[in-house]
Design a protein around this ligand. Structure first.
Ligand code: BEZ
Length: 232
């Protein structure tokens, strides 16, 4: 049974002026906002509290790729919870559309939307986060991903084209890397995943490394020292 159908009377969206604004960069403070969502109005900083956040945008409601992405993020909620991360989606359609779409997501993806989806019909957040790339589409957002840490600092920015569904395992992998390397004097090498060997920061001298990494390390080059992943 079909739960909902895409409205045919979709509003064209506001005539927004996209001003060339300084892009958000890694290390910047994440812009705070208040916006409606499927879980009521969200004030970003208050809603995040002490958690990390993954903010990700969708071109529009009732689109196939986005439907699969929202189902996947809902299924991954236990993985986000384990890492103290709150997910929050955004689509530039009104709340009434989101509510209808949520029924389709539950029906087709077999999981309820268990995190908020911002109803950014006025493009307030989309413009704040530079999610509209006018040469890609005049009013719809591209697929942006922002990882924001508990200090409200932007730690990752990914931009995907509208036709490419994102890999949320990769988002979790980056969060694992950030949370590990924030606490320890290591970085994570190519294709690293939780439990794999890591590399010791070049700023750490061997004498200090001997103390910090009692499991030992392999020195392939003075700047390339590999050690088993230490626990946090
Ligand atoms: C989608 O979510 O399926 C989609 C959205 C915009 C362009 C292409 C695909």
């Amino acid at each position: 049974m079909r739960a909902a159908t895409a409205p045919t009377d979709r509003p064209a969206g506001p005539q927004i002026e996209i001003r060339p604004s300084p892009s958000l960069r890694l290390g910047d403070k994440a812009p705070d906002f208040i916006q409606d969502s499927t879980q009521g109005p969200i004030h970003l900083y208050e809603w995040m509290a002490e958690s990390w956040a993954v903010l990700f945008s969708h071109p529009s409601d009732f689109t196939p790729v986005c439907t699969t992405e929202l189902g996947m993020v809902a299924r991954l909620k236990p993985e986000f919870d384990k890492r103290k991360v709150k997910a929050i989606g955004l689509s530039v359609d009104p709340l009434s559309y989101h509510d209808m779409w949520a029924r389709d997501i539950a029906e087709t993806q077999g999981v309820e939307l268990n995190f908020p989806l911002l109803a950014d019909a006025d493009r307030k957040v989309a413009v704040l986060y530079d999610m509209i790339h006018p040469n890609a589409h005049a009013t719809e957002t591209v697929r942006s991903v922002f990882i924001i840490d508990p200090n409200k600092t932007v730690r990752l920015i990914h931009t995907y084209p509208a036709s490419t569904g994102r890999n949320f395992d990769e988002v979790l992998r980056v969060i694992d890397s950030l949370q590990l390397t924030d606490d320890l004097q290591v970085a994570t090498p190519v294709n690293w995943k939780l439990g794999d060997d890591v590399v010791i920061l070049t700023s750490v001298r061997n004498q200090e490394a001997d103390k910090l990494f009692p499991q030992g390390y392999k020195e392939l080059k003075p700047y390339l020292r590999i050690t088993p992943q230490p626990s946090r």
